[in-house]
Design a protein around this ligand. Structure first.
Ligand SMILES: [Zn+2]
Length: 266
């Protein structure tokens, strides 16, 4: 007995410390029925905050992976082009409306999925319709080859027209800056954008209207914050930011005139 008339050892007899903490005779797991609404809401809010922090990081990592895969596709296409030129005394595949470059370069790649960027639509548009005879031309395609319009215009003078360049090709010796002249780029995937050749002199120019300059973007939906992959006339491939493709130099151009005069800063 102490001065309060309580025998401490008697009070504690047969009880665990946490029983005393919660004050009752029954164990805590019998008295508590579950989480309160507030507790559940707090847990849900914490999960939501963590998810909102992690999801952008995850989608960014995913897009980085797709961008690397796309760059490998363009590297392979660039290599196919160089191999083709090596087999044809330096001539690149001639412009054709029947048997186009995806078919002409077929010795350099096997899988038709190589023609597709993983960040593009599942079935990007293609202008090829004869899937039986030219499956590579008719396959969904994200990439576009340079139509070398400025080079032909310069070389042909007044004989130049879009019709007159059918069947014509360019030779590797024509490039003054092969590491700075684009051979392949990414094109828009939506219906109506099935172009095979990037033509400066068609409409207001395929470099502006058909080329997708911001396919690989990490800012959600903001294409100008991203860029696209390109293969060059020497067979190399690299990523170029949206605003660096057509300014301060137009990297699709073969001639100095188009390289420095046909520029767009937007
Ligand atoms: Zn891509």
């Amino acid at each position: 007995m102490n001065e309060c008339g309580i025998n401490p050892s008697a009070t504690l007899a047969g009880k665990m410390p946490w029983d005393l903490l919660h004050g009752g005779n029954s164990p805590v797991w019998e008295r508590r029925r579950g989480f309160t609404l507030i507790e559940l809401l707090v847990v849900i809010a914490i999960i939501a905050i963590l998810a909102s922090l992690l999801l952008p990081l995850m989608s960014r990592a995913k897009e980085t992976g797709k961008r690397t895969k796309c760059l490998n596709h363009l590297r392979q296409l660039g290599l196919s082009l160089v191999l083709y030129a090596g087999d044809h005394q330096g001539w690149f595949p001639p412009r054709s409306d029947v048997r186009r470059w995806p078919t002409q370069l077929r010795d350099g790649y096997r899988n038709l999925d190589l023609l597709k960027c993983p960040s593009d639509l599942p079935k990007p548009d293609t202008g090829g319709t004869d899937a039986r005879n030219y499956p590579a031309d008719a396959a969904p395609r994200s990439y576009i080859i340079n139509g070398w319009n400025d080079y032909f215009k310069d070389a042909m003078g007044s004989a130049f027209s879009m019709e007159a360049i059918a069947g014509k090709s360019i030779r590797d010796s024509a490039f003054k800056k092969p590491t700075m002249t684009i051979a392949f780029g990414e094109k828009k995937g939506e219906p109506g954008h099935g172009h095979f050749y990037m033509d400066f002199l068609e409409g207001t120019g395929n470099d502006v209207e058909e080329v997708e300059r911001g396919r690989h973007s990490t800012g959600a939906g903001i294409r100008k914050s991203g860029g696209s992959n390109y293969a060059f006339a020497d067979g190399s491939a690299r990523f170029i930011k949206h605003g660096r493709l057509l300014y301060p130099m137009n990297l699709w151009a073969v001639t100095d005139y188009f390289r420095t005069n046909r520029i767009f800063s937007n």
